[in-house]
Design a protein. Structure first.
Length: 245
């Protein structure tokens, strides 16, 4: 009987140990955090209704949208620079990356159309992998098509003007101009959530002079549409779960 009790105890210990190992495997990503500033623009009128609705603005092919047809779409360029970040032991400070794409006609089910993530050539392989995992939480959506690329990213913020390019503008370009408020201080929208980021410093209103993605068959270019700058803060403890790869 003692032998049977001993074997039963060993079996219980083994089962509990296996369960713990499974939990550890399920949460294998290390602790991470990222504070980054985004120079962002899209095809929607100012201000982008996607932050308040489940579908983009309806476009009629008017000024600034020539050649893009009619319908609902939000074709965007989000140029990032990481102020401070870490993924386990991988330091991300100063890293630059860019997300271009289209949210599609209706994303009420969490399904977006397509996106391409362009990493600055200076980023190492482990930094790119870390940023990719963080982006899955910052933009916790499913994408019809999601690809990666690399290029030389230039990123210049400013109170009155902000600009960013990939490959000197050959691949992508965003130029923003400050929206004039009642004073020379920036116009800022606060208390509005930026996708999966639990914290931000407010949307600084800066309509675009131009926002363009010029590579491949899905290239686009818009002028005088939505734009803003924002600093977002996200970490592994408070971020929403990723929707998928």
């Amino acid at each position: 009987m003692r032998k049977l009790a001993f074997l039963a105890t060993l079996a219980l210990v083994w089962v509990l140990g296996f369960s713990d190992a499974g939990k550890q495997a399920a949460s294998k990503d290390p602790v991470w955090n990222m504070n980054a500033t985004v120079i962002e623009a899209c095809s929607c009128p100012m201000f982008c209704q996607c932050y308040f609705n489940s579908k983009p603005a309806e476009h009629a092919g008017g000024p600034g949208h020539e050649g893009h047809g009619k319908g609902h779409f939000c074709k965007f360029n989000n140029a990032f620079k990481i102020n401070k970040g870490k993924f386990g032991n991988v330091v991300l400070d100063g890293g630059k990356f860019w997300v271009s794409g289209d949210l599609g006609a209706d994303f009420s089910d969490g399904q977006m159309d397509w996106a391409v993530v362009t990493f600055d050539k200076a980023l190492a392989k482990e930094q790119r992998e870390a940023i990719g995992k963080i982006l899955a939480h910052l933009y916790p959506f499913k994408w019809g098509e999601l690809t990666t690329d690399e290029g030389d990213i230039a990123w210049t913020p400013g109170k009155d003007e902000a600009r960013a390019t990939i490959d000197g503008g050959k691949t992508a370009e965003v130029v923003l101009k400050r929206f004039q408020g009642m004073t020379n201080m920036p116009v800022v929208i606060r208390n509005l959530k930026y996708f999966g980021a639990p914290r931000n410093n407010g949307f600084i209103m800066m309509p675009n002079v131009i926002e363009a993605y010029r590579k491949g068959p899905k290239a686009y270019e818009f002028k005088g549409t939505n734009g803003f700058m924002i600093t977002v803060d996200i970490d592994s403890k408070t971020a929403p779960p990723a929707a998928g790869k």
